[in-house]
Design a protein around this ligand. Structure first.
Ligand code: FAD
Length: 407
């Protein structure tokens, strides 16, 4: 419990964090990696370069300090981060290192405004925040080990099959090298890969959603190749997986994690809306729902650029032929003439409100979105305008934890 004086001091710090948070965390990561280059094996360097990780950390620190008296209010955010941390292998001993270097960054950025009184209050508050994360993460580590087929850290999996799903997405079927059972997962969850890539100075860890139903003897991930563009280099891990990793190769994989999971108790029609490679967790939800709750109505809406990028279309066609409770809809943002001739899509351009209005026969639905952030913001706004309740719209980011523009 904080004493009233410390509480008052820390409350006065909240607006400073709102304004200067990202500057502090940008400096923090510079100091951290200079002093502890080994931590580059844990954190995603690209997210630092692009500034998304410093912004995400700044927001988390701001939220935690703001709600320091009632951290349970931000439990969903804590759990989301804790799942990611557990899949990356973040441990209790990392927290003092982060705390010490965050404090140094605050001193540097704020100068005299970071008074000894404020510094003491911040250190006390950081300990409370760190302990809250350590506790939640400890529980997740225990669960990961104790569940049947579970493990902590990384376990070696061999690539059993590599299947091209479209010009840009390829699936990898992963089986454990030890041939022992593998932990089940909730549809929507992801695994982290820990890759040592030839020519790279440190390991790269990335998350990939599991794209098939649970309870198989393999995990499937489906990866989009991030090609180089004028203003950005090719993605390190996705290019490596597509171009270099072959059947028989071994990859270290974390146990499944993540809070973007299907609510299997909700009987309302399930609406899955994907943009691009965002279809991966939704395919898992779809496959599982058709197996586990065959009476539940399901709408699967897939937006992609054109027929060349249209992944898993054969599987979706087969599923909708086999299951009368499933309706699938495809939107091509920029269809080719060939796509138009073959009438492969239900609509072209961006999904508009009249499309969703026509597709949804009720707004009493449970809806899951995954795709690029602007796509999800757009769909979220359309669903809200149609009257779908906020608590029935769930979404997953494939980058650092960001924010949806909801209005
Ligand atoms: P990176 O090297 O990390 O680069 C990412 C992007 O940043 C690229 O477009 C690159 O061009 C750009 N970039 C890099 N450096 C710069 C720079 N200096 N300036 C400007 N731009 C730059 N991906 C999937 O394909 N399938 C999934 O199912 C999937 N599930 C995910 C689930 C979760 C929960 C999360 C968090 C992410 C998921 N991702 C998924 C994304 C995945 O983790 C990787 O981020 C993605 O594969 C890109 O990694 P990369 O190493 O290839 O690219």
């Amino acid at each position: 419990m904080l004493n009233p004086k410390t509480l008052q001091t820390i409350e006065s710090y909240v607006p400073v964090l709102a304004e200067q948070g990202a500057t502090i965390t940008t400096r923090f990561y510079q100091i951290l990696f200079q002093k502890h280059p080994e931590l580059l094996n844990v954190f995603n360097k690209t997210h630092q370069v692009k500034g998304t990780q410093p912004r995400a950390l700044a927001h988390s620190v701001y939220m935690a300090v703001k709600h320091i008296q009632s951290l349970e209010q931000i439990l969903p955010v804590v759990e989301l981060i804790a799942h990611k941390h557990r899949s990356l292998g973040v441990l209790p001993e990392h927290y003092p290192v982060v705390g010490e270097n965050l404090t140094i960054a605050m001193e540097e950025v704020l100068g005299d405004a970071f008074t000894p009184e404020l510094k003491a209050a911040w250190i006390e508050v950081y300990e409370i925040i760190a302990n809250a994360f350590i506790e939640v993460e400890g529980k997740l580590y225990r669960e990961a080990i104790e569940q049947p087929g579970g493990w902590a850290g990384f376990r070696n999996f061999v690539i059993d099959r590599k299947v091209k799903e479209s010009d840009v997405i390829t699936s990898f079927y992963l089986k454990p090298v030890d041939q022992k059972p593998i932990a089940s997962f909730k549809p929507g969850q992801y695994v982290s890969l820990d890759l040592s890539i030839p020519g790279q100075p440190h390991n790269h860890k990335r998350q990939y959603s599991l794209s098939d139903a649970p309870h198989k003897d393999y995990y499937r991930i489906s990866v989009k190749r991030e090609d180089a563009r004028e203003d950005s280099p090719a993605g390190i891990v996705s290019s490596y997986l597509h171009d270099d990793v072959q059947v028989g190769d071994v990859l270290p994989v974390s146990a499944p994690a993540g809070v973007f999971t299907l609510n299997t108790d909700n009987p309302a029609p399930l609406v899955l809306i994907s943009g691009g490679v965002g279809l991966t967790p939704l395919m898992s939800m779809l496959e599982h729902t058709l197996e586990a709750t065959p009476d539940r109505r399901v709408l699967f809406v897939q937006a992609t650029i054109n027929g060349h990028t249209h992944a898993m279309q054969e599987r979706l066609k087969a599923l909708s032929e086999q299951h009368s409770q499933l309706n699938t809809y495809t939107f091509y943002t920029f269809p080719t003439d060939q796509d138009r001739k073959q009438k492969k899509m239900d609509g072209e351009g961006f999904i508009q409100i009249h499309h969703l209005d026509k597709i949804l026969s009720t707004t009493d639905i449970d809806c899951y979105l995954c795709g690029p952030t602007p796509f999800m913001s757009h769909i979220y706004q359309l669903l809200s305008q149609l009257g779908v309740a906020e608590e029935n719209i769930h979404y997953e980011f494939f980058g650092s934890m960001e924010h949806l523009q909801k209005t």
